[in-house]
Design a protein around this ligand. Structure first.
Ligand code: NI
Length: 392
């Protein structure tokens, strides 16, 4: 992948940085939900075509891939950006707010897409110097299970790839800093659906019913004991019940209670043990109280698990881009990311580029109606991708 004598990354960045901001604002104004990124992917496709020298394709309906195949043989590096927005009504008041009611780029994916476009533009002008291939993955649907990454992998975008990198603009970190993590940095993200079937009846005659609410509350509280009593405390696990629906009024014991929730882990074997342990508890409690149940456990994203050697190279590059004192080791988060799907196919790393700015009032968390990114972070993100291409 090495390019001989790329003189100055800053000069290259200067050539596109205004355009990257322009693209980011265009995307911010025109957000689209997961799996519905029609306009976004058309925009990305047309923009990539305009650079020339790229092989541009549509691996799935709303994703885009661009291949820059160098004139000399070498490694294949994949770089990923996600493109989808969220079902949130924007509450910002700058002049490029979302023009689509109820939909907003509230996670910075507009910035990711713009930065990867900028990277592709610069590199496509350097084709003759490239050894191997740079593959740009513009992914749909990061925010919604089953996620776009898995679909793209199945469409073959990772075939022949030697390593993969991705970054997230991250408002909890100040602009000018970069967060690096070794090993698992983001959690698996699974979902469960449970229905407790009792026997409804008059609230004044509970003995004639099988009270699904009383049974369901026991199930919920006992599920918490998996985390506190069955799992090694050194292995973080989250088991959250996030929906609990039963009943209609004050004097009727309902037939059923519906429960939905999520589990998060950083360790794949712990993750695989959860559905069975959960079902043992559900089965035991419902059986004891003469109720029945249906239980579905859906595996979602795997943990994002950063390869040690790729991460150490990225850390060195971050030291170069922002200075060693501004490179921080991030603690793992129990949030999920489908970047993990690419890591099943090739070693890779996912890192965090600071995009918050307290002085500018850019402090809102991701997925907040007032979320935004400090646009100064775009330049840093761009430098990281370029440095990575030159290095690998
Ligand atoms: Ni995101």
């Amino acid at each position: 992948m090495i390019i001989e004598s790329v003189n100055n990354v800053q000069n290259l960045v200067n050539e596109v940085k205004d355009e990257v901001v322009k693209w980011r604002r265009y995307l911010h104004r025109n957000p689209e939900l997961s799996f519905q990124e029609a306009k976004t992917s058309d925009f990305v496709y047309q923009t990539l075509i305009s650079f020339g020298d790229l092989e541009v394709s549509r691996p799935t309906k709303t994703s885009v891939m661009a291949r820059l195949i160098g004139d000399q043989p070498g490694k294949v590096l994949a770089i990923r950006a996600d493109m989808d927005a969220l079902p949130i009504q924007e509450e910002n008041d700058f002049d490029f707010v979302s023009e689509t009611p109820g939909v907003m780029h509230a996670c910075g994916h507009d910035g990711h897409t713009a930065v990867l476009l900028g990277t592709a533009k610069i590199l496509s002008s350097l084709k003759e110097k490239i050894k191997g291939e740079v593959r740009f993955l513009f992914q749909h649907a990061e925010e919604t299970l089953p996620g776009g990454a898995e679909e793209m992998v199945q469409a073959g975008v990772m075939d022949g790839v030697d390593l993969v990198i991705g970054q997230h603009l991250w408002s909890p970190i100040e602009t000018g800093k970069i967060g690096i993590g070794y090993g698992p940095v983001m959690a698996s993200m699974d979902t469960f659906y449970l229905t407790i079937q009792g026997k409804g009846g008059h609230a004044a005659m509970p003995h004639q019913t099988i009270d699904s609410i009383v049974i369901a509350t026991q199930v919920v509280s006992n599920l918490q004991q998996i985390v506190s009593r069955n799992i090694d405390p050194i292995d973080p696990v989250v088991l959250s019940v996030t929906k609990f629906i039963g009943g209609t009024t004050h004097n009727v014991i309902p037939d059923t209670v519906e429960i939905v929730g999520t589990t998060r882990t950083l360790n794949s074997s712990v993750r695989e043990s959860l559905p069975q342990r959960m079902e043992e508890i559900i089965e035991g409690i419902t059986k004891a109280h003469h109720a029945t149940y249906t239980f579905n456990y859906e595996f979602g994203y795997r943990p994002v698990d950063n390869d040690h050697s790729v991460t150490s190279v990225i850390e060195e590059l971050a030291n170069k881009v922002v200075g060693k004192q501004n490179v921080i080791q991030v603690r793992p988060t129990m949030g999920g990311e489908d970047f993990s799907a690419y890591q099943q196919k090739a070693p890779g790393t996912f890192f965090f580029v600071g995009a918050g700015n307290t002085e500018k009032g850019i402090t809102y968390p991701h997925h907040h109606p007032k979320f935004t990114i400090d646009e100064d972070s775009l330049e840093i993100a761009l430098k990281m991708f370029l440095e990575a291409v030159f290095e690998f």
